[in-house]
Design a binder for this molecule. Structure first.
Ligand SMILES: NC(=O)c1ccc[n+]([C@@H]2O[C@H](COP(=O)([O-])OP(=O)(O)OC[C@H]3O[C@@H](n4cnc5c(N)ncnc54)[C@H](OP(=O)(O)O)[C@@H]3O)[C@@H](O)[C@H]2O)c1
Length: 425
């Protein structure tokens, strides 16, 4: 006799519909391969009257209790989005001993410790492969395959919308605003794009990734976040001239008990594996003591790729209902006492300045840097409008605070800082 697994969906929009159709399409194959009969019993939506995706309205409900308290439902799949009520619904499902599978990075990143504690107390599973990098199996890689290693760096392109915008800006030389408008027309950016372009979405994902990679809870609040709204085509062009490609990166590094976590536009050498990841693709690059450099790449969004990752979680959960997989770290709400978070990281810097074209100005810039032991690796000078000269320089490795100090010490009457972009090797 096959094992019957009843699912309840919280949300049945783009992703819920994708999961429904994958499970219908693959039902008999899964039954044959794994002897598991997956059934979708109920799906919560806001409004049945506006139901989409050819999912039968007979399974739909507007009452969350139909999913959360049904004793036949073993696995609750959350595809609602947003922090609440998704997080409290997941809490209730876990408290009722139901396994939860979610694609919701925001609800997870902001409520992870509480959800993990409830899951532990009821021996319920909590799975979230699709919450970072869509179909890319990065959560399973870090929690299972690399569990014995010591990962000291995770660096990812984890937001397809911003990667599409930066790729188009680089390829067409268009402004941020023009490319954003086109992405919105194509449905690749939301009407309110803030979650993507301001880096919130990437920061939620980095909280999840770096916690798993570094075996300690890295709260979302510890992440330094900058988006791409201030990126100009000139920066991208000059960067390329100097051998670099611009990406919005989520970066986590651990050195001993010190962790740095940051999301910001970043120049990478053109030959870095992440530099060629274009358009809506996502990729995550890890470095570990034993695994050394490795990269995973694939579709970070879309109903089909995301459904593939979610259904992988569902099948794993179905086979391990009484022995769920949990990451090997103490998921405390507050960071562990021995861990510190630094905002004075070391990297290189791309700096673009508009300077008065008069004697002594360039040497005042050089002195501001030299006084803080920041050395310059390469420099370009170009004429600008209004009789100003554009100076574009890349520093050798320097610490963040020294660079910020040097830039704020420049006399704005003669030198204006147009951009400062971090450069990773
Ligand atoms: N889209 C992607 O490519 C992608 C990729 C990876 C992860 N994710 C994550 O997957 C989740 C779902 O995304 P999506 O694109 O499928 O969103 P969506 O199309 O907007 O679907 C959301 C679903 O949840 C329902 N819902 C929302 N709030 C509700 C409430 N308060 N009560 C009852 N039902 C509610 C909606 O009901 P109605 O149908 O009645 O409106 C809808 O069925 C999000 O967490 C997202 O971050 C998405």
């Amino acid at each position: 006799m096959p094992d019957i697994i009843n699912l309840g969906f919280l949300g049945c929009g783009n992703i819920g519909g994708g999961v429904y159709h994958l499970l219908m399409d693959m039902h008999d194959e899964i039954l044959k391969r794994q002897n598991i009969d997956i059934r979708i019993k109920r799906a919560l939506v806001k409004s049945i009257a506006e139901a989409r995706n050819d999912v039968p309205t007979a399974i739909m409900t507007e009452n969350a209790d139909d999913v959360l308290t049904d004793p036949d439902i073993q696995i609750v799949c959350e595809f609602m989005g947003g922090e609440q009520p998704a997080a409290s619904f997941m809490q209730r499902a876990l408290a009722n001993g139901k396994t939860v599978v979610t694609a919701n990075k925001m609800a997870l990143a902001l409520n992870w410790s509480a959800l993990a504690a409830t899951a532990k107390s009821t021996n319920a599973g909590l799975y979230y492969e699709a919450s970072v990098g869509g179909v890319i199996p990065v959560i399973r890689s870090l929690t299972v395959s690399l569990d014995a290693d010591e990962i000291d760096e995770v660096m990812g392109i984890v937001n397809g919308t911003t990667n599409y915008i930066l790729t188009q800006m680089a390829q067409k030389g268009s402004s941020y605003g023009d490319v954003l408008a086109e992405a919105q027309r194509l449905g690749l950016a939301e009407p309110n794009p803030a979650a993507d372009v301001e880096g919130y979405d990437a920061a939620y994902k980095l909280s999840i990734l770096s916690s798993i990679a570094f075996h300690t809870h890295v709260p979302y609040a510890k992440i330094h976040r900058e988006g791409i709204t201030g990126v100009s085509p000139e920066d991208i062009t000059y960067g390329r001239e100097m051998g670099y490609t611009l990406k919005l990166l989520a970066i986590g590094k651990r050195t001993g008990d010190s962790i740095e976590v940051r999301v910001h536009p970043t120049f990478l050498p053109n030959d870095h594996s992440l530099a060629r990841v274009d358009g809506t693709l996502n990729a995550i690059f890890n470095h570990g003591k034993y695994c050394q450099d490795m990269m995973l790449e694939g579709r970070g969004a879309g109903d089909k790729p995301t459904a593939s990752a979610i259904c992988g979680d569902i099948l794993y959960a179905a086979k391990h209902l009484s022995m769920p997989l949990a990451p090997s770290f103490n998921n405390t709400d507050e960071p562990e006492a021995h861990i510190s978070f630094t905002d004075n990281w070391i990297c290189r810097y791309f700096i673009r300045l508009d300077a008065a074209d008069t004697p002594g100005v360039l040497s005042s810039v050089a002195s501001a840097f030299a006084a803080r032991s920041i050395s310059i690796a390469s420099i370009l000078q170009r004429p600008s409008e209004n009789g100003l000269a554009q100076i574009i320089l890349i520093t050798h490795e320097a610490n963040e605070q020294s660079v910020q100090d040097a830039l704020s010490s420049l006399d704005p009457a003669t030198v204006q800082v147009k951009s400062m972009i971090r450069v990773e090797a």
